[in-house]
Design a protein. Structure first.
Length: 246
């Protein structure tokens, strides 16, 4: 019996796909670079070149493994990034100026040991201990602190950033005819400070929000009188519009 011939299916050689794919990638990059040269200035072109350099330095053939992706940054996005950076720098300078002005006013009023100003990634924080603002377990603002609050309001009026007023207490429970808890006391204190800055200080009400945390977010050790005194405070926070520069 004659043996039947077995015909094995031949597969086309597809190794040419790898260099072909790489060639297409290089052509795409070439056209993008040519477009960039005709549309962006030297500085933006250099940024774009750095991005392509990073992509191709770590990239193999695009058909291998998980492949490599090219992320393009449109010219409008580059402009937006530069604008935000510039505005962030201006805002930082403005907040530093406000910080220095308020610190000078604090020193002039002899409150340096009870009022602190700090600038961080969230914004400019003015922390005022309760003994400066109120009588014990009360929320009515003392007349003696009116000049300082008016100067703070005047200084904060130079910008239109949002403002948050936050009330804090220590962990000693209270229960008075007016306030049944530290929570209520801290909330009313922040409300009264906000109202003063708006009604007496002339700041726009739409800029404000208030929070009352009671004893639940202490910054200092409540086991000592000194720590409890520092925890009884009101914070006035001028909130950044733009991310802080590193």
């Amino acid at each position: 019996m004659a043996r039947k011939k077995i015909h094995q299916e031949e597969h086309a050689d597809e190794t040419w796909l790898l260099p072909y794919a790489d060639l297409l990638t290089l052509l795409l990059a070439l056209f993008i670079v040519m477009f960039a040269i005709s549309n962006v200035d030297k500085e933006k072109f250099e940024k774009l070149s750095e991005q392509f350099g990073a992509v191709f330095a770590g990239a193999g053939g695009i058909m291998e493994g998980g492949g490599s992706a090219i992320v393009l940054v449109p010219d409008s996005d580059l402009l937006t990034m530069e604008a935000v950076k510039d505005k962030s720098s201006i805002e930082e300078d403005n907040m530093l100026g406000i910080k220095e002005a308020i610190e000078a006013e604090i020193e002039r009023n002899a409150f340096s040991d009870r009022v602190k100003v700090a600038l961080d990634k969230e914004g400019l924080e003015i922390a005022i201990q309760d003994i400066v603002l109120f009588n014990s377990s009360e929320a009515k603002i003392l007349n003696s602190v009116h000049p300082l609050l008016l100067q703070i309001a005047k200084t904060l009026g130079d910008l239109d950033n949002k403002i948050k007023v936050v009330g804090h207490t220590d962990n000693i429970p209270i229960r008075t005819e007016r306030y049944e808890s530290n929570w209520e006391l801290s909330a009313m204190r922040s409300i009264n400070v906000m109202n003063f800055l708006v009604e007496q200080g002339g700041l726009e009400p739409w800029r404000f929000s208030i929070e009352g945390f009671g004893e639940y977010f202490p910054k200092y050790d409540n086991s000592t009188e000194e720590g409890r005194a520092k925890n009884r405070r009101v914070e006035i926070l001028l909130i950044r519009k733009y991310p802080a520069e590193n």
